[in-house]
Design a protein around this ligand. Structure first.
Ligand SMILES: [Zn+2]
Ligand SMILES: [Zn+2]
Ligand SMILES: [Zn+2]
Length: 354
């Protein structure tokens, strides 16, 4: 799409890492990328065999995605609401809004997309029309985005085919797909500080109860659990790569966020401040993971949860991760940058010369 700015960086893999993976394939996992469980870190992605630098290792279709833009009525970065499309939907040559006039953030790139998305959007439309404005006014954009994402997760669940209808022949079956994949995400009321859980409990009671406006059939506790999972696992979508290390000089940040999404498989990737994968959404909202260096058999495959051109020193990285992701980073880079207590042996920093 013309509005996405691609910046060429040295040693970029050529050709495009997703070449050879059909556009119609919504989910794809490299045969050498496996899910495993670490006794300390829990679920993670790992290389079963060597993965060369530049290899596309994951293509993951969002289970739910929302636009996150200022002033949606005049913004060209809105995405098409049809989950089978998710393309940017600029004002020109034309985009199509809801016939029930719910919110300006909901738009489709064509009437074909709008028709195809009818059942899913009908699930959220009444809720959006009733609650979007009051939530935005009383609670702000962040809480609105979070609650709308929950509604979209529930809408996808509402419209997804029965599990037995999935094609079991695809490689993606190595990881759980669909609602089963969402249910298996990490995150619970014990993961989050009490004040967060209290606020979310109030929001569920006020805006997300099972009702004719939102007929999801789940208990309030189940929806609260879903918020705990969503907050621990959702991705911001940015136009450029996240996780290039070392950051290019002069620094090129990842650009303005235009969407947020929950990806069942990509969510399993843990964070490292010296990641071996970069991630970036493609023009269909699919999350693409690419090996940014050779990954050896047995190594964990990690992404960076934040823009590495920001928070460049140990203290700022740890503070950001603690504040936003509720953990203290113990990645190789952070450990190597910890002040030495007894010796000042800088030769013991093997990770800095990558
Ligand atoms: Zn579309
Ligand atoms: Zn609508
Ligand atoms: Zn770290």
């Amino acid at each position: 799409m013309s509005q996405v700015v691609y910046i060429t960086l040295e040693e970029r893999s050529t050709p495009n890492p997703t070449d050879g993976i059909p556009k119609t394939q919504s989910n794809w996992i490299h045969p050498n990328l496996i899910e495993s469980v670490d006794p300390v870190k829990g679920r993670q992605l790992r290389a079963s065999e060597h993965i060369p630098k530049g290899t596309c290792v994951l293509v993951d279709h969002p289970y739910a995605i929302i636009s996150v833009v200022d002033d949606p009525a005049t913004n060209d970065d809105l995405i098409c609401s049809n989950p089978a499309c998710n393309r940017r939907s600029p004002r020109h040559p034309g985009r199509f809004s809801c016939s029930n006039s719910c919110i300006a953030d909901v738009t489709w790139c064509s009437t074909t997309c709008r028709d195809a998305d009818k059942a899913r959007h009908d699930f959220e439309c009444t809720w959006l029309k009733r609650y979007a404005d009051p939530i935005r006014t009383k609670r702000g954009e962040y809480d609105f985005g979070m609650l709308w994402m929950i509604v979209r997760l529930l809408a996808s669940r509402h419209t997804e085919p029965e599990p037995q209808e999935y094609n079991v022949a695809t490689t993606s079956q190595r990881c759980k797909r669909g609602w089963a994949g969402i249910e298996s995400l990490c995150g619970s009321v014990d993961t989050w500080p009490h004040q967060h859980v209290r606020l979310w409990t109030t929001l569920v009671k006020k805006y997300l109860q099972n009702s004719p406006v939102l007929p999801h059939g789940l208990s309030a506790d189940s929806v609260l659990h879903l918020i705990c999972q969503e907050e621990a696992n959702s991705f911001g979508l940015y136009p450029r790569e996240t996780g290039i290390f070392p950051p290019p000089q002069p620094p090129v940040d990842r650009g303005e966020q235009f969407a947020a999404a929950v990806y069942p498989t990509a969510a399993m990737a843990n964070h490292s401040c010296i990641p071996n994968m970069i991630h970036k959404p493609d023009e269909d909202g699919r999350m693409i993971f690419t090996a940014s260096r050779d990954i050896l058999a047995g190594q964990e495959c990690c992404i960076s949860y934040f823009d590495l051109t920001k928070f460049t020193n140990l203290a700022s990285r740890r503070e950001h991760l603690r504040k936003s992701f509720k953990f203290t980073c113990q990645c190789d880079r952070c450990i190597s940058e910890e002040p030495a207590e007894e010796t000042n042996d800088w030769d013991s920093m093997p990770l800095m010369d990558i």
